[in-house]
Design a protein. Structure first.
Length: 121
């Protein structure tokens, strides 16, 4: 894994790269370095303010867990790079994403989080 972050008073450039099956994959953004508070009802709020996670536990059950963190600021993304082999990462149904532009991209501040014990649902 490789992470690159560069910031100055005007710009933030960040890149996250990981190797899967011998091939590097990359997600990168260039954003304006001015934090923006989440807007109520926005797509960014919908994605970042989810406080419950779910995972397959068995063929008959899923697990549910609570996640807590402060509200995150976002930054206006001016450009992004997505170099991922979606077929290798997630299977054939996701292969069209390799050559498709994203419908939305945002960059959030992030923070430490708390993950509470799971329960079966």
């Amino acid at each position: 894994m490789r992470v690159t972050e560069r910031a100055d008073p005007h710009r933030i450039d960040t890149s996250y790269e990981w190797k899967f099956n011998g091939q590097w994959n990359q997600l990168a953004v260039s954003a304006t370095n001015q934090p923006l508070a989440l807007q109520s009802g926005s797509e960014e709020e919908f994605i970042t303010e989810h406080f419950w996670g779910y995972a397959k536990y068995s063929d008959a059950n899923a697990s549910e867990y609570q996640v807590a963190h402060p509200r995150w600021d976002t930054y206006k993304v001016d450009s992004c790079t997505i170099n991922c082999d979606f077929k290798a990462l997630y299977g054939e149904p996701f292969s069209p994403l390799t050559h498709q532009a994203p419908l939305s991209v945002f960059f959030a501040e992030g923070s430490s989080i708390e993950v509470y014990p799971k329960r079966l649902v």
